[in-house]
Design a protein around this ligand. Structure first.
Ligand SMILES: [Zn+2]
Length: 416
């Protein structure tokens, strides 16, 4: 029997345990903030111990442990790294009023879907990585090289204690390729992601009585004019190389199918979101202060210097405003037609009868950190139903599809 058929049989036979683990992992609440993942990490440890897998906790911050383990095949070869995060978005105390049909940490199965905060982002994908690690261990004589599992904390807030720390301090996690199960939808595989730039603007004027508008500029009106100017960044030519534009154009239909209509049209553009704004004290006063935070997303392959210069130019037009950069994660990408991309496509074709399309991600993932080190990193995960919102859930069939796709693809990448 071929190794791949044995892997599929094994997943079928162990299906109940594979599903129960995912439920238990969702039940182990790990909202970030505050980002304490010790209980959820213990659930992973318990499973790895049960299956006698090598692993260790790497906890530069003790409430935010990372789990790292490696296995070797029968002879030297390529090194594949599996990466997923343990922390998840937080959830409001008023979850019932917000429309959750089950408590957010229940891990309950309703109509063949597993519900809970963090189910799609990304305990489904992280579970697929963990099971891939356990399953491949049973086939060590049939593959070469090395497989490393990294389950990390501190991802949701772009914190320093997870993948970033591992990449800088544990060279074992670098490898030749990274596979990650962040939400992508079964129809797309991500080879790159947009960058992000977070800026805080503060506008200060003298202020005055609300009837004496001739005495002072209004800080809130200056801020709204500044925001309108920043909006013009969305039409800026970001000078993306034609081959990247072509790859994005070719996958537009699949991208819209997975991410909602309109996703493909904003992928190659700068986008602006004003996530927070506050200003003024009282309706009959001309405000002397207004501050806002801009969340600017940067397209893959863009001319970053050109965009940063444009922002500086806009800011200079408003002497009442000061600007502070809070975060800059440049966009990242690897080969849209790389080895792991082809392996993933071929396995999904065999399992589901269609080929997922190579796309870029609108949001940020830890996969970028491998790409920053020139290591190809690909993301294939579930549909992001309810991600960061209510009733987050993953169909059981999609979860099992992901476990199969990741295990078969890891096997193909490392096969003798
Ligand atoms: Zn995520």
């Amino acid at each position: 029997m071929s190794g791949k058929i044995e892997i599929l049989n094994l997943i079928e036979n162990e299906k109940q345990e594979i599903i129960s683990f995912f439920q238990e992992f969702v039940q182990a609440a790990s909202p970030n903030p505050p980002g304490d993942t010790r209980i959820a990490a213990s659930v992973i440890s318990k499973l790895l111990e049960k299956h006698k897998m090598p692993f260790r906790w790497v906890a530069p911050q003790k409430t935010m442990p990372n789990i790292v383990g490696s296995i070797k095949g029968s002879k030297p070869g390529r090194h594949l790294v599996l990466n997923g995060h343990i922390d998840v978005f937080p959830v409001s105390d008023n979850f019932l009023e917000e429309g959750w049909i089950t408590p957010p940490w229940s891990g309950e199965i309703i109509e063949d879907k597993i519900y809970g905060r963090g189910s799609t982002d990304m305990k489904c994908g992280t579970s697929a990585s963990i099971w891939t690690y356990i399953i491949l261990n049973k086939f060590r004589t049939k593959f070469s090289g090395k497989l490393t599992l990294t389950c990390v904390s501190d991802e949701e807030t772009f914190g320093p204690w997870g993948s970033r720390w591992l990449i800088e301090n544990e060279p074992e996690v670098l490898g030749d390729c990274c596979l990650n199960g962040e939400p992508s939808s079964p129809y797309t595989i991500r080879y790159g992601e947009k960058g992000l730039l977070w800026l805080t603007f503060k506008v200060q004027t003298n202020g005055s009585h609300g009837a004496y508008t001739h005495l002072s500029k209004s800080a809130t009106l200056v801020a709204t004019n500044l925001i309108q100017e920043l909006k013009s960044l969305e039409t800026l030519d970001a000078e993306i190389p034609s081959e990247l534009l072509k790859a994005q154009h070719n996958s537009a239909a699949a991208f819209d199918q997975g991410m909602g209509a309109g996703a493909a049209s904003i992928a190659p553009k700068v986008t602006l979101n004003i996530g927070k704004i506050s200003g003024g004290l009282k309706n009959n006063m001309v405000p002397s202060e207004c501050s806002f935070e801009a969340d600017i997303r940067l397209p893959v392959g863009c001319n970053l210097d050109k965009i940063l210069n444009s922002i500086d130019e806009i800011s200079k037009k408003f002497p009442e405003a000061s600007m502070e950069q809070n975060m800059l994660n440049p966009p990242s990408h690897c080969n849209p037609d790389g080895d792991m991309m082809q392996i993933l496509k071929s396995n999904v074709q065999d399992l589901r009868g269609f080929q997922p399309e190579p796309v870029v991600s609108l949001g940020g993932t830890d996969a970028r950190l491998w790409r920053y080190k020139n290591i190809p990193a690909y993301v294939y995960g579930p549909t992001p139903t309810g991600m960061g919102s209510t009733n987050e859930n993953v169909p059981i069939d999609d979860y099992l599809h992901l476990v199969k796709t990741h295990a078969l693809s890891a096997y193909d990448y490392l096969a003798n």
